[in-house]
Ligand binder design. Sequence first.
Ligand SMILES: *Cc1c(COP(=O)(O)O)cnc(C)c1O
Length: 381
Amino acid sequence: MSERIFLSPPHMSGNEMKYVQEAFDTNWIAPLGTNVDKFEEELCEYVGVEHGLALSSGTAGIHLALKYFGVGPGDYVFCSDLTFAGSCNPILYQYANPVFIDSEPETWNMSPIALEKAFEWAKKENKMPKAVIIVDLYGQSADYDLLLPICEQYGVPVIEDAAEALGATYKGKKCGSFGHVSIFSFNGNKIITTSGGGMVVSKDEDAIKKMRFWATQSREPAKHYEHKEVGYNYRMSNICAGIGRAQLQALDGFIDNRKNIYDQYKEKLNDFPIEFMPISENGSPNYWLTVIILDEENLVISADIITELELENIESRPLWKPMHLQPIFSDAPIFYHMETECIGTNLFERGICLPSGSSLSINEQSLIIKTISKVLEKEEQ
Ligand SMILES: *Cc1c(COP(=O)(O)O)cnc(C)c1O
């Protein structure tokens, strides 16, 4: 059997070892070091934000951001519903209550209409959130010109979860520059990877300083080890940061590759009754994953496509299962974009994420397209 085709595998550019070697040569393996400092600087410059803090994961970044905004036991936090659990698990780390906000049809990101409904509810019930976590889904920016004024009106800070959206833009600005605090992930499946890692970025120097302190076990300035606050071991190692520096230099090329892959899928699957994730005119995504959506009547086919691809040793997956449908979050309120129907649930039931890695070859993509076409053609007969 041919080698497995993954959804979004790591893609090394070739320069990673240079920075890793430097760390070895200076025996600066850990804890921090030049690569970490430089990676923070270089990523901030790329995104257009002032301050950054490299971490062991994106989830750690969301946790620190929640803590910075004072989220504690019994508090409420609003969060996009159609996302990966890493967006909202940290709400539970702080013993707070998540409230989920449905998607809008234009980008599948947080619906301003649903957000407004949630704030009205919170005001009436005296459950005003301490923060709103807005996700840039599958590499496309949320509609911040609509979302931010609503949060501002209620005086609630925004955490931008740009884990999937490094390099994407919205009205000329890069994703990660819209939250009071924003986070990125460099997990193995993201557009660039450090094998595992994340970063929080912000214009607010004090916020980054405070989070840096907590992320390093809250060590007070003293010769001995002195601790007045609970701390975490959340920093990125100098080795991982070395990988990240080379990956960042390759990022724009990776985005081009992923866009080509998206364009190919779109062109070659054009004749079938399927839709693609809509691309908003407000910006350019990083095309992290290509997502297709089948007709309501064709729900069986979705499973068939995943099965047929699997027989060819090709990985594909349904969309993120909405958070309010997850057993762990079943008690959390959900606010819909429409009256009674949930956009995110509907997308989850109809959608498939296709292999979109920047190293996907033309032959590999042809095999994927051929396999999908076979299933869809059979259906048409
Ligand atoms: C990957 C991801 C995270 C978590 O990042 P990790 O680095 O894996 O902790 C959070 N939110 C979203 C939307 C993600 O895709």
